[in-house]
Design a protein around this ligand. Structure first.
Ligand code: T1G
Length: 705
């Protein structure tokens, strides 16, 4: 075996040359790997004793794409296309041998090979759209030629992966290798090598393009069905243009169009934001100050107290990850209802093709229902998920302290209560931690991991690891009212309600926010969740709240009128029976105008710009406060929370990244303007003022930490 360079080796088995890429952790196509691949290809191609070449990767995965960390930097040759041309021009068949994930430039590399074989667990995808990009290495032109235009549209506009069985059925791969991948690929290489003749190129496959050309309406149809999800985003729309080019233009012209549109996206703010977000998600897992010997504890069994909406969703995450879980309730009725919801959720996923009946049975079998609280004694991790009541939570943690085994982690799913206070009722506060899941917990990716004052480092390390095991994005926070997300959300919500009193209507606020990129506006979300969420608390607070600040009571008045939202057919909007489409309602508009009059508020014309600024800058200002107080570790963590938990558009990077793109001075100037008008809620965060004084950004702040 010859070591071509640090990243590539060249080996032989009979007449088959084997090129092995080895660039941990995910064999990204970094410069060094590209150099090595090109040299190895050159060597194998000119060796007359070689009849076929196998391209395989060492480590846990095949190539997972171009090296994202090289984007935005001066390009270094050879580029990807030089490698692809070297492969396509080979007179000897080249077989890509795939395990793990063939993603982005990695799948494009495989698509330039003459054949593709894979192990059954391999997965395939072109996830560039998640980076605000499109496949820029020929993927938009080659993939549809193999799998057809419909599948290519679905795969590339979602960026979702497919498995080996689906890849084989759709013609993406030529063989699923059972047993050792290398041996299987070499055998395949020997077979095709012996055939002789010019190896087949994907670029020459036009049968599926001709078929698509016969149905020109497919693109608009696809846009009509999926376009709503792409609102405001450049990448999905550019992708559609490249796929139209794939069907309507000769291959090389299609490639030129792909390159043109790729370059546009690469230079766009949206892609910069989404590339920032990619690394921010990985950064969130790295906790400074957690010494290497803070060893995560292995969780073999979890127990969840409460089978309500949150408890049930959390239990599903553990079953999905293959971790047995005991689901504890007080009475059979609640337990049966909780299990029923879980099974229905799984059946809905199966109906969408996401699960097989066997998968459902396997996961349900991992969820052990129980009416015996003492069962917590067996668990390595216990998560309390009962409704928000401090007395009840203290009672439960008191019992846990007596019953849970030594070293068990005591987690609470509270979204608002003081975890130090909860921990204080136990003799082991170092084992208590907040695990704040978001509803629906089996879907939402965010988990706020809340360290209390005495939480041990190994408990924090374990909680972060469990979050990753559950395929969530765990973000560390400290105890504070609303932790990170809800602490920021209250500024967003407050301003939306005030804007409605001052002159806007719910539909104007919601449109301004969805145009900005939110999936749903504030008032539509209220109606979906129910305006009665927090009603009792609001009513109770009305009598005792200090009168040195402003409140909006419209949502409480709507509840008094029975306008609880979608569930009562009317809330901030009204809904036709069976429809979720919000319709502005004159009755609400009249209530709003009357409320403003009663409070002596003179309504005025409100611009969409003001709506966005007040609803977005409020959370930004609070974000700066959270950094000062050490509640959040870094600005990028705040961005992760707000994008994965609160619907902030990922193509704006998150509120803190967005603030940097607007310019902190501009943001501060507006906050000061709002402060002049409404002193109490808009005190500029000292950190924000300091950064502006120093001419720095949140990115500088993070880099300086
Ligand atoms: N480039 C650079 N670094 C990468 C990388 C990549 N493509 N993929 C992963 N990493 C780093 C990551 O930052 C982390 O680093 C470590 O690897 C482990 O990753 C021309 C333009 C493969 C499914 O979008 O989806 O090709 O934090 O923690 O959970 O068309 O990584 O340890 O320092 O995520 O096991 C397209 C991106 C690129 C795939 C593994 N490819 N990667 O998940 O590990 S654009 C992608 C992933 C492109 C071409 C275009 C996942 C994974 P660190 P990890 P994981």
């Amino acid at each position: 075996m010859a070591q071509i360079n640090e990243f590539v080796s060249l080996d032989r088995e009979g007449a088959v040359a084997i090129i092995t890429a080895n660039n941990p952790p995910v064999n990204a196509l970094s410069h060094g790997l590209r150099v090595g691949l090109l040299d190895a290809l050159k060597e194998a191609k000119v060796d007359a004793t070689v009849t076929a070449i196998v391209l395989i990767c060492a480590g846990r995965t095949f190539v997972a794409g171009a090296d994202i960390s090289e984007f935005g930097k001066p390009p270094r040759l050879p580029g990807l296309n030089e490698i692809f041309d070297a492969i396509e021009s080979s007179p000897k068949p080249i077989v890509a041998a795939i395990h793990g994930t063939a993603l982005g430039g990695g799948l494009e590399l495989a698509l330039t090979c003459h054949y593709r074989v894979a192990v059954a667990s391999a997965r395939f995808g072109l996830p560039e759209v998640k980076l605000g990009l499109l496949p820029g290495g020929g993927g938009t032109q080659r993939l549809p030629r193999l799998v057809g235009i419909d599948k290519a549209m679905a795969m590339i506009t979602t960026g979702d992966m497919i498995g080996a069985a689906e890849a084989s059925a759709s013609g993406l791969i030529d063989e699923i290798v059972s047993g050792d991948l290398r041996a299987g690929a070499v055998a395949f290489g020997q077979k095709v090598g012996a055939k002789g003749g010019k190896p087949p190129l994907v670029r020459d496959r036009n049968d599926k393009m001709v078929a698509a050309r016969a149905n020109p309406g497919i693109f608009d149809e696809f846009r009509k069905t999926h376009g709503r999800r792409w609102r405001g985003q450049m990448a999905p729309n550019h992708i559609m243009k490249t796929l139209e080019a794939a069907v309507n233009l000769p291959f090389d012209q299609g490639i030129a169009e792909e390159r043109r549109l790729f370059t546009e996206l690469m230079n766009s703010d949206q892609s910069k934001a989404q590339r920032y977000f990619f690394f921010a998600e990985r950064e969130a897992a790295k906790i400074p100050g957690l010494s290497p010997d803070a060893k995560p504890i292995e969780i073999k069994l979890c127990a969840i107290i409460g089978a309500g909406t949150m408890g049930g969703g959390i239990a599903m995450n553990f079953a999905n990850a293959g971790i047995p879980v005991i689901l504890i309730e007080q009475d059979q009725k609640n337990l049966d209802r909780g299990l029923g919801v879980i099974r229905r959720n799984y059946e809905n996923s199966a109906a969408r093709g996401g699960l097989t009946p066997a998968d459902i049975d396997r996961r349900m079998a991992l969820i052990r229902p129980s009416l015996t609280f003492d069962d917590v004694a067996q668990a390595d991790l216990i998560i309390e998920a009962v409704y928000e009541n401090m007395g009840l939570k203290k009672e439960i943690f008191g019992k846990l302290d007596r019953l849970a085994k030594p070293g068990a982690i005591l987690g609470t799913n509270t979204s608002a209560l003081n975890i130090d206070e909860i921990a204080a009722v136990t003799s082991r506060p170092q084992d208590v931690i907040g695990l704040h899941f978001f509803s629906p917990a089996n879907i939402m990716r965010l988990v706020e991991v809340v360290r209390a004052e005495k939480t041990g480092k190994d408990i924090i390390a374990t909680a972060m690891q469990v979050g990753k095991q559950l395929k969530k994005v765990p973000v560390l926070a400290r105890v504070y009212e609303g932790f990170i997300g809800n602490a920021m959300l209250r500024h967003y919500g407050r301003e939306a309600h005030f804007l409605v009193e001052e002159g806007a209507m719910p539909q104007q606020v919601d449109k301004a926010l969805t145009d900005f990129g939110y999936a749903m506006g504030m008032f539509a979300v209220h109606d979906l969740a129910g305006n009665d969420v927090g009603y009792r608390m609001r009513k109770a607070a009305q009598a005792s709240r200090p009168n040195d600040r402003r409140y909006s009571d419209i949502i409480t008045l709507l509840c008094d009128m029975g306008r609880l939202g979608q569930k009562t057919g009317k809330g901030w909007y009204r809904y036709e029976p069976g429809s979720r489409t919000p319709i502005p309602d004159p009755e609400v508009e009249a209530l709003i105008i009357a409320q403003a009059k009663a409070k002596g508020i003179e309504r005025r014309v409100i611009t969409d710009e003001e709506i966005v600024k007040r609803c977005v800058y409020g959370p930004i200002n609070e974000g700066a406060v959270l950094l000062e107080k050490g509640i959040a570790l870094r600005p990028s963590d705040i961005d992760i929370v707000y994008v994965t938990g609160y619907g902030f558009p990922s193509w704006r990077g998150g509120p803190m990244f967005y603030a940097d793109t607007v310019g902190l001075k501009n943001v501060l100037d507006d906050i000061k303007r709002f402060h002049e008008r409404d002193g109490f809620f808009w005190k500029p965060a000292p950190l924000l003022e300091q950064l502006v004084r120093e001419g720095k950004s949140f990115a500088d702040y993070q880099a300086g930490r």
